[in-house]
Design a protein around this ligand. Structure first.
Ligand SMILES: *Cc1c(COP(=O)(O)O)cnc(C)c1O
Length: 377
């Protein structure tokens, strides 16, 4: 099956009880048992819930994994997965990792003796140089946020294989429609399903997808033990949202290309960061590992005044955190995702006070362009 078909038919779609074209919301916490000696598969919903399971099966198929686990948020997926590591273990992490992942690694896991070295992951040599005898994993995100830097996933997985360690990839920006890291040799894919996978800015959810069954069992054990699994309502909404992933991504990508082309020629725009542009330094690597450039990009403006005017006067693209919805979202990394990074370090990383990120939704691109033009002045 091609991915478009998997989106509709990849998981359990027909309810065996009634023939309904969808899995119902099992809004139930506990299940009656009939044998003292042998409990049935369903006993308590922290462990297993049929609506969550249907979603997990669907995402596992889309990512070419053996198993997916669904969580209450992207951060629940990331934190629960990181609990497979033990005190003394070391991780090599891309230096522009999602802010929430940076926070748990640098303030919580570090306190438990799980340490991280942050490296420029566009440079495979820098990744390899940071690997130590106690390193257990490489943790990546490509294209990264907010500068859309690209990491060679096959190259990184090769390094991991040579050292007998695993590779984790946060695939939120791409979704399995555009990039499938497990097919490139990586071991665990992480998602904030809150973004493009659900796609309607009305659910928080997250996923961990694995290639190897044993890793799946370990993450599943922690998911049940910690109680970080996704609830049935949100599982249902995400099952509904993901069905249109392909058409949403296709249209948002077309809109993005049109807006990026227009912005590049705009006198107030000094740079555009998008892996779909031939001049992007990661363009060739991205094309070799993904099926499209996605619908998020960032750009730099000529002054703080223009930046402020754009953010405060944009009507169609909401000035907000998050991304990946049917509605366009414009955000300001310096005060939003990277607010906790000291200004000097931020600027050194290229996250300036004139950098804006845009997640392009399904509005008509001409309307979006007219709105951006009016807001920028
Ligand atoms: C939003 C996001 C997360 C965190 O997901 P939540 O659902 O907000 O917990 C992780 N990684 C990336 C790349 C994200 O954009």
């Amino acid at each position: 099956m091609k991915l478009a078909t998997k989106l509709i038919h990849g998981g359990p779609t027909i309810d065996p009880q009634t023939g309904a074209l969808g899995v119902p919301i099992y809004q139930i916490s506990t299940y009656r048992q009939t044998s003292v000696d042998h409990f049935s598969k369903y006993d308590y919903a922290r462990g297993d819930n049929p609506t969550r399971e249907a979603l997990e099966e669907t995402i596992a198929v889309l990512e070419s994994g053996t198993r997916c686990l669904a969580f209450a948020s992207g951060m629940a997926a990331i934190s629960t997965t990181l609990m497979i590591f033990s005190p003394g273990d070391h991780l090599v992490v891309c230096d522009d990792v999602y802010g929430g992942a940076y926070r748990v690694l640098s303030t919580i896991f570090s306190r438990m003796g799980i340490t991280s070295t942050f490296v420029d992951a566009t440079d495979l040599a820098a990744i390899e140089a940071a690997v130590r005898p106690e390193t257990k994993a490489i943790y990546l995100e490509t294209p990264s946020n907010p500068l859309l830097k690209v990491t060679d996933l096959r190259g990184a997985a090769d390094i991991a294989h040579r050292h007998g360690i695993i590779t984790l990839v946060d695939n939120t920006f791409m979704t399995p429609y555009l990039q499938r890291p497990l097919e490139l040799g990586c071991d665990i894919v992480l998602h904030s399903g809150t973004k493009f996978i659900n796609g309607h800015s009305d659910v928080l959810c997250g996923f961990a997808v694995v290639r190897n069954k044993e890793l799946g069992q370990r993450i599943r054990y922690i998911q049940n033990a910690f109680g970080t699994g996704l609830g049935p309502q949100d599982s249902f909404l995400t099952l509904r949202g993901v069905k249109t992933l392909k058409v949403r991504m296709d249209q948002s990508q077309l809109n993005t290309l049109k807006i990026v082309t227009w912005l590049k020629a705009h006198p107030r725009v000094t740079a555009v960061h998008y892996p779909g542009l031939p001049e992007h330094p990661g363009h060739a690597i991205h094309n070799a590992q993904a099926d499209g450039p996605g619908a998020v990009f960032s750009f730099e403006l000529d002054s703080y005044e223009t930046t402020k005017r754009l953010l405060e006067n944009s009507h169609l693209a909401a000035f907000a955190v998050s991304l990946g919805g049917v509605e366009s979202i414009i955000s300001y990394p310096a005060r939003m995702s990277h607010a906790s990074v000291p200004k000097e370090e931020r600027e050194r990383k290229g996250i300036t006070d004139t950098l804006v990120r845009l997640s392009v939704g399904l509005e008509d691109p001409d309307d979006l362009i007219a709105d951006l033009q009016r807001a920028m002045g």
